[in-house]
Design a protein. Sequence first.
Length: 441
Amino acid sequence: MNFENLQKTDPTCYDFVMDEMERQETSLELIPSECIASLSTIEALGSPFTNKYSEWYANKRYYGWNEVVDKVELLAIERAKQAFPWVAHANVQAYSGSPANLAVYNAICDAWETIMWLSLSQWGHLTHGHPVSATSKFFNAVQYWLNKEWYIDLEEVESLALKHKPKVIVVWFTAYSREFPFKEFARIAEKVWAYLLADISHISGLVISGVHTSPSPYCDVIMTTTHKTLKWPRGAIIMTTEKGLQKDPDLAKKIDKSVFPWLQWGPHNHQTLAIAVALWEALQPEFKEMNQAIVQNSRCLANELINSWFEIATWGTDNHLILMSVWKWRGVFMQEALDTAWITLNKNTVPNDPCTPFNPSGIRMWTPIMTMRGMRETEMKKVASWMLRVAEIVKDFEYLEDKEMRKARLGEFYKFIESNNELHAIRAEVKELCLQFPIYK
């Protein structure tokens, strides 16, 4: 990638870009929610479409000279409907996932009507009714949970739905490594006349590729962000299915009005263009092959970790994601030590975690970026071996409950990992591997 103009105009920010590019090229990125946008997508994001203001929707603009922008938006909508069969309407203007979810709730619910969602501590999301989110200010939220085996407790979901009669039931999980049970949720939603919203932000690339069940035949509304397994730009798409329109013929219109003008104003046209480009890439055969490899890599990595005596949630995975319990050290020790070794993932709660979200008992990882770089099972085995080595390095740093003792112990820990020769040796091995699989060839 060429940043000559930036280098001339603002050398400081140019250096930031170069530093970040080097970090990405020489380290392993395993954090879910991050991906690699294609060069075509990045070029679209940097196009002159960023200059144009286009209030309202295609063919209905308030401002003039939006003919080309209209073509872009209509193309993105058509390609979204190609990618997700049984989708009757798509809104591609939502800025991101959080406002997109809020727009859906507003379109369907009146103030203080009930939405039902997975508890945040059980891998739910803030935007589905958590008290710190704006969604809790406008809607009543009821939580459902996982069972003791860390699977969705469908009996409890049905019991809660019959009791609370929610207007919307949300199917969404940030760290669930098994198939999302859309059909089972649809059966429950139909019993209480609830709308079923599938937030497939994490699995949408798998869905398009046919390696995960599609929510389209079962759900009324589908929302996905565009920057996870889709390897697209950051943004969101809200899709109304044929089933949703049968329930309410005006549902798509209500969602469009909820996005604009209720929640946001002019769309980001460069983002819409980039989504259209990325949708075209997602419709190609190689995209399906890549997502098949993502799942294969995920299963391989999970099996290798299990063979190394790590505790994996549900003892395996059906998708791109793995959650691992490291209760003794807490996730913070593993996250920081792995970060020092240039393997980046995130600490994460596990179901029924006795610890806080700030010091949880688990770590969360996924395989898409490694797969997109060309890594396969041989490399997954190396990653698992590095994790085992890191766990051995930090095994004596048990988490302390006393706040002052914990603060002192963490200080010792950070000094230890910064100067640990074994971690630096792993870092060199990681860098050597990464340079064999460049992101932008």
